[in-house]
Design a protein around this ligand. Structure first.
Ligand SMILES: CC(C)(COP(=O)(O)OP(=O)(O)OC[C@H]1O[C@@H](n2cnc3c(N)ncnc32)[C@H](O)[C@@H]1OP(=O)(O)O)[C@@H](O)C(=O)NCCC(=O)NCCS
Length: 156
């Protein structure tokens, strides 16, 4: 049975997150695709754990660690979402479930995902989770809520 829980990342998760971050397709699908050095990751991770603008969750199914979700505050209303699923759990619907779980847990915020145009699995996951798609020149943007583009639309 699948029952996903969100567990806030702790210092002890540093190595697991390093392995996940350096996995080939995670690097390929990141906007900065260069390989990560452990010392840089450690420094980055400790900084992120302390940051009031970042939330990092390990997603668990029972005692299995399925993947990671990172949320970065963009402004008071919106959060940028980053996520990955451990290779051995991919193509089982978890990516889509992660994104639905985020919508449920952060329904008061707009969640934004920026996806490379060739990242078909993430594009499908956002679509299936019901996010709204906008084609930008350099990437595809997904939003958990309709973005109001014009000031006068707010008053309609
Ligand atoms: C993107 C990612 C999280 C998707 O996780 P997942 O658990 O495999 O996703 P799901 O099982 O929910 O699959 C979502 C859809 O993508 C499809 N899919 C999965 N892998 C695919 C692939 N390699 N090529 C094409 N479609 C793929 C699935 O079939 C499914 O669509 P369907 O139901 O219409 O068949 C995972 O591939 C991953 O961690 N990738 C590396 C990191 C990454 O790209 N993160 C997102 C950055 S924006």
């Amino acid at each position: 049975m699948t029952h996903l829980t969100l567990v806030k990342a702790r210092k002890e998760d540093c190595n697991l997150l390093f392995d996940w971050a350096n996995e080939e397709s995670v690097r390929e699908n990141s906007f900065d695709s260069s390989k990560i050095i452990y010392e840089d990751h450690y420094e980055w991770f400790i900084k992120k754990l302390k940051s009031p603008d970042t939330l990092i969750y390990i997603v668990k199914n029972g005692n299995q660690s399925i993947g990671v979700i990172r949320l970065e505050k963009r402004d008071n209303d919106s959060l940028l979402i980053n996520y990955s699923v451990d290779v051995k759990y991919r193509r089982q619907g978890y990516g889509t479930k992660f994104l639905i779980l985020m919508k449920e847990n952060f329904s008061n915020k707009t969640l934004i995902g920026k996806v490379k145009k060739n990242n078909m699995s993430s594009i499908r996951a956002f679509e299936k989770a019901g996010y709204i798609k906008t084609d930008k020149p350099a990437y595809i943007e997904f939003s958990s809520k309709k973005v109001l583009r014009w000031r006068n639309e707010v008053n309609r």
